[in-house]
Each structure stands twice: as structure tokens, then as C-alpha cells.
Design a protein around this ligand. Structure first.
Ligand SMILES: NC(=O)c1ccc[n+]([C@@H]2O[C@H](COP(=O)([O-])OP(=O)(O)OC[C@H]3O[C@@H](n4cnc5c(N)ncnc54)[C@H](OP(=O)(O)O)[C@@H]3O)[C@@H](O)[C@H]2O)c1
Length: 273
């Protein structure tokens, strides 16, 4: 049984994939966990499993982060429960299928809200408490796509993830400059086993990616938690993903763009076979 820390981690997108794994790994370290996503049944089941296995407290909050009031509502629930947040994992996310031309603005706006504004708003509203207690650990789940050149399809995804990486680096530097024990880390996974590609309808296309490009959620999450504990502003889990991000930094930009576009084109072609 883990030694209880009485710390609380708030994890968004905890009903599946990386978020559920973050919840298990923080609980295994003796942290209490507040789980939020839209699917209440999934959250409730995960909370029961975690309480049984790790004997930590759980709080379940069903919220759609696309709603402008969702962050305030999550924070109000935590306040009512008398809990403050020591760790924040901004993990909820998905990809918009279709192209930028064929998706209406309401869809794009929701996407920006869930993957960009809500994580930043949560960090902003939780930071004063973290500063007061001089402790905070924030993990923002970004992506290798925040480093690689933009390609056709998933048009906003890479730019939003790039923004999250820069935001995390700056926030980490801000906290360090002020002398607070607050760490912020951007976790940049590559292809990871989860429901992500089922939700955005790209499972068939992604099956064209070789097995060695895929990672399981467990080591990805472990890398994120380890990095934030050590105070690393960015972590790219896995040798393959590290190789990809290094290449994107050293290749001439037009060559990098051409390689990425060709790779996307081949994967689209392969999924039509
Ligand atoms: N899987 C990959 O290959 C990969 C690679 C790089 C980065 N990432 C990033 O990793 C993070 C986690 O994704 P995943 O792979 O674990 O995908 P996943 O298995 O599909 O899980 C996504 C989570 O986000 C939640 N979510 C989606 N829309 C939401 C909304 N409007 N409001 C609240 N919660 C919402 C989902 O819960 P509900 O549906 O219950 O709301 C679910 O818990 C994302 O930020 C993603 O961009 C994934």
C-alpha cells in the first residue's frame, strides 16, 4: 500500500488513455486524485478501482471542458469538498477529423477551448494557491506534433500543442525566477496506445504506422511524472520520439516539411488499401 501524502492531483481527461493512467500512477504514489472528464460512469469505475487498490481518496467531477464555465465549476466542486490542488495534469484532448476548410467554427472553437484555453485557465486559477503553499506540480500533455512541421489534416492540433510547450516552458521559468517550489512540464508523447485515434476516426490510417513507433501509456505517463518531480520543463518520452524531435530541430525546415507531408500522404494512401 502506498504511503499517503495528503496531496491532491487534479487530472483532466481521466476517463481513458493517458489520463486514467496518470490517475493510477499518482494514486500509487499515495496522492489523492480528482478525476474529471465527461463520461461519469467511466470516472466512477476508475475511482472505485483506485480506492480499492491504493486506499487514497478520489473525487469525481463530470465536466465538458468545452463549456466556458467548466473550469470554475470544477474548482467550485473542489472547494466544496474542502480540497486544494497540489498537482494539475492538463491531459484532456482529441483531434478534429476533417480538414480546416470542412469543419465549422463552432468545432474549431471547442477544440481551442478544450486543448488550449481550459488548461491555461486551470493553471492560472490554481497557481495562487500553489504559490501560497509553495508547492505545485503541473503537467501539460502536449505532443511530438508540437515540434514537427505542420501537415495537411488536424490543422490546429500541432499549433495548439506547440503553444502548450512554450507556455509550459515559460511558466516553469516564471516559477523558478520567483523562487517557488512549483514545477511545470510539457509532456510530448508520440503515437501512444489509447482511445485517441478511435475518437478522431484515424485508427485505420494509424495502423499504417509501424509498431516501433507506438508506446504504451504506462511509460509515457511515468516519464511525465518523473520529469515534473525533477523540474524538467519539457520531456519527450521514448527513443523514437526523442529521435523525431531532434531531427526536426536539425533538418532544414523545407526538408522536414517535405518528409512530414510525404509521410502523411503515404499513411492516407495505405489506409485506403
Ligand atoms: N494517443 C496519442 O497517440 C497521443 C499522442 C500525443 C499526444 N496525445 C495527447 O494525450 C492526451 C490524452 O489523450 P489520449 O491519447 O489519452 O486520448 P483518449 O484515450 O481519447 O482520452 C482523451 C480524454 O480526454 C477527455 N476529453 C475529450 N474531450 C473532452 C471534453 N470536451 N471535456 C472533458 N474531457 C474531454 C476524454 O474524456 P470524455 O470523452 O469522457 O470527456 C478522455 O478522458 C491528449 O491531450 C492528446 O492530445 C495523445
Amino acid at each position: 500500500m502506498p504511503q499517503k501524502t495528503n496531496r491532491l492531483a487534479l487530472i483532466t481527461g481521466a476517463s481513458a488513455g493517458l489520463g486514467a493512467e496518470f490517475a493510477r500512477q499518482y494514486a500509487a504514489k499515495g496522492w489523492d486524485v480528482a478525476l474529471t472528464a465527461r463520461r461519469l460512469d467511466r470516472l466512477a469505475k476508475l475511482a472505485r478501482d483506485i480506492e480499492e487498490k491504493y486506499h487514497v481518496a478520489t473525487i469525481v467531477i463530470s465536466q465538458d471542458l468545452a463549456r466556458p464555465d467548466s473550469v470554475d465549476d470544477i474548482l467550485a466542486t473542489l472547494k466544496e469538498a474542502g480540497r486544494h490542488v497540489d498537482g494539475l495534469v492538463n491531459n484532456a484532448g482529441y483531434g478534429v477529423s476533417g480538414t480546416f476548410f470542412t469543419t465549422d467554427w463552432a468545432e474549431q472553437e471547442k477544440f481551442i477551448r478544450v486543448l488550449y484555453s481550459a488548461p491555461i485557465e486551470l493553471a492560472h486559477k490554481l497557481l495562487p494557491g500553489m504559490v501560497e503553499r509553495n508547492f505545485g506540480r503541473i503537467i501539460n500533455v502536449a505532443s511530438v506534433a508540437g515540434y514537427t512541421p505542420g501537415t495537411s489534416g488536424q490543422t490546429l492540433y500541432g499549433s495548439v500543442k506547440a503553444g502548450i510547450i512554450k507556455f509550459s516552458e515559460s511558466l516553469h521559468a516564471d516559477a523558478k525566477a520567483a523562487g517557488h517550489d512549483i514545477h511545470c512540464t510539457a509532456l510530448c508523447p508520440g503515437l501512444t496506445e489509447s482511445e485517441f485515434h478511435d475518437v478522431n476516426g484515424s485508427r485505420e490510417q494509424m495502423e499504417a504506422a509501424p509498431d516501433w513507433m507506438w508506446m504504451e501509456a504506462k511509460p509515457v505517463v511515468a516519464a511525465g511524472i518523473d520529469a515534473v518531480s525533477k523540474g524538467q520543463p519539457v520531456v519527450v518520452p521514448g527513443m523514437v520520439n526523442k529521435g523525431i524531435t531532434t531531427l526536426t530541430k536539425i533538418l532544414p525546415e523545407p526538408l522536414g516539411r517535405a518528409i512530414m507531408n510525404e509521410r502523411s500522404r503515404r499513411m492516407r494512401e495505405a489506409s485506403k488499401d
